[in-house]
Design a protein around this ligand. Sequence first.
Ligand SMILES: Nc1ncnc2c1ncn2[C@@H]1O[C@H](COP(=O)(O)OP(=O)(O)O)[C@@H](O)[C@H]1O
Ligand SMILES: N[C@@H](CC(=O)OP(=O)(O)O)C(=O)O
Length: 569
Amino acid sequence: MAATRVRCCHSNAAFTRLPLTRHRNSPTLPISLNRVDFPTLKKLSLPIGDGSSIRKVSGSGSRNIVRAVLEEKKTEAITEVDEKGITCVMKFGGSSVASAERMKEVADLILTFPEESPVIVLSAMGKTTNNLLLAGEKAVSCGVSNASEIEELSIIKELHIRTVKELNIDPSVILTYLEELEQLLKGIAMMKELTLRTRDYLVSFGECLSTRIFAAYLNTIGVKARQYDAFEIGFITTDDFTNGDILEATYPAVAKRLYDDWMHDPAVPIVTGFLGKGWKTGAVTTLGRGGSDLTATTIGKALGLKEIQVWKDVDGVLTCDPTIYKRATPVPYLTFDEAAELAYFGAQVLHPQSMRPAREGEIPVRVKNSYNPKAPGTIITKTRDMTKSILTSIVLKRNVTMLDIASTRMLGQVGFLAKVFSIFEELGISVDVVATSEVSISLTLDPSKLWSRELIQQELDHVVEELEKIAVVNLLKGRAIISLIGNVQHSSLILERAFHVLYTKGVNVQMISQGASKVNISFIVNEAEAEGCVQALHKSFFESGDLSELLIQPRLGNGSPVRTLQVEN
Ligand SMILES: Nc1ncnc2c1ncn2[C@@H]1O[C@H](COP(=O)(O)OP(=O)(O)O)[C@@H](O)[C@H]1O
Ligand SMILES: N[C@@H](CC(=O)OP(=O)(O)O)C(=O)O
């Protein structure tokens, strides 16, 4: 990997010179200006440092110069860089680094982009996170003397030791971690409890191990790499264990640490995905399952990179989950809103919060297949051409619980709605889909943040108990949400087609909602019927010709059709 080298700093009597480097493809985007964070600098209008604001930042493509003029302090910074800085972030999920063989392929893949200097974000190897969680649950009841024999612990040890051997790297990079993991499981066995905080610490071993192995491997093949634990480099989160939210302070802290290190001693940063540090407790937190995508987009925004790449085991975001229907095809373009909605409604391919930093930083996200790098993948941007777009993807969220809540009329309608939602707020449970009538509400509960079955039941009992103080509650389990992500400007066409399919299949829709986000129509069906519905909907929307031909001509006030077909963007 080429290094960034500062060649000269001009002097000018009127100005103080500050070190500043520039982004390769974006000459006006400097990388660091003393202690000023990059996104702030990029916006140009915000106050920086001790109250100065940037008047002008300009660059020259040919001479690789970036110039920043700071208003009040009359400070100018000019730095000339003859090679590139960090250009993109590449995240590889568990499936992409599941074995030594896969790690070699990922290393080769990174090296096929010599023009890039990436930050690499890794998830835990293969199913390691699931195995860690299972090991933790078993430890609670297995007794201290049996903790070392937990099957999942052996699987984790065996996988990592075999990987280290096959990659020919020094096993000491992971042995202390494996010993510590065993100690932790013994501790859980001794305490006979697994708190959410301990659970997060437990699963953090997955990413801590995979990144250490991969960084060591890159170093053995002559690519200088440096491992980072996200919780040590400024990933600050709320203290919501198992579901931490990234706090704003993360961006400048991460940018500073990565760029300072890069400037002093360039090496490919290999960062643990999924992990953070609680701002009050200082303990390790996690960002929710699949959270490494969010780590990657956070780094992308922090460094103001030109692209965020998330490498998966599928050819991009597909028209539906390929495990439900294998004729799913890649969606070439998505907006941040569509991708966020798709993720929120259960498409495992992206973490629900991961689009937020990318959208804020306006950084394109590319979803690629590490098993098939030639496939173009999906590119996610702020806007896209929606002219012919009707339906983009069908998403299924299983294991949904629906609540029918009918008011006992002790409260007026407004008070009733407010009271119901305050109960959910107090219990920290989010609601997915809502439909209301004058005296009743139907809604579905989001199961994604609950990690174990016992917890779901516990929380449900509590919700019902609270709601029964003001309403008659009917709890309906075994439901599924089918979400149609698409151009809701054509909702009539989408609904007409969707209901025709469901009617033909004899499926009764139990609730329907059209999101205010204008990209999503959701309906609730029995879980047992849901997969069949997705398959039938996919056939109808994606396998029966060009739907845009069906768009009805808008009609004039007198009912006669207008001459040209207009499709709103
Ligand atoms: N609409 C969709 N498009 C692509 N993949 C999907 C979709 N819905 C669900 N998936 C599932 O998401 C998986 C990829 O996400 P994930 O397992 O989190 O990847 P990684 O661990 O590599 O980050 C795919 O293997 C696929 O089964
Ligand atoms: N290892 C964590 C975080 C993650 O992002 O994983 P993946 O990228 O493999 O979905 C998990 O399994 O949840």
